[in-house]
Structures are given as C-alpha cells and as structure tokens.
Design a protein around this ligand. Structure first.
Ligand SMILES: [Zn+2]
Length: 68
C-alpha cells in the first residue's frame, strides 16, 4: 500500500505575513477565512467583490509544511 504523504499547506497573507490557515487542501471554509482577512488587512491589496480564486491566491503565500 503506498504511503499517503501527510502534506499540509500554510497560507499566509502577503501583505502582513500573518499565517491564516494551515490545511491539507483549501476548501470553502478556509477560503472564507482568507477572504475575511484580506478584506480586513490594511497591508494587503484590496480585494474586490468578486473574490476570484486567482485574485485571492495572488495575495497570499502558500508554503508546504511538514506535519508534526
Ligand atoms: Zn494581512
């Protein structure tokens, strides 16, 4: 049986560098957390009403982290 890699991704705001969520994959609840932050964050570029995934991803940094 192949090993399933335990990969986690940390999503951080590019504007203020604050870690927002650490997830296996981005789903709507996590995206909502990120969007809420981007809307509230004064350091990030303003996010328009459309909140397209591409626009969201352009404002965050995604880093792979090892699961402890
Ligand atoms: Zn921020």
């Amino acid at each position: 049986m192949p090993d399933t890699p335990n990969r986690l991704f940390e999503v951080a705001c590019k504007g203020c560098h604050r870690p927002l969520v650490t997830v296996e994959r981005l789903r709507n609840p996590e995206i909502a957390v990120v969007v809420d932050h981007l809307r509230a964050c004064g350091a990030s570029e303003p996010l328009g009403d459309e909140a397209m995934l591409g626009a969201i991803m352009a404002r965050v940094q995604v880093a792979r982290v090892a699961r402890g």
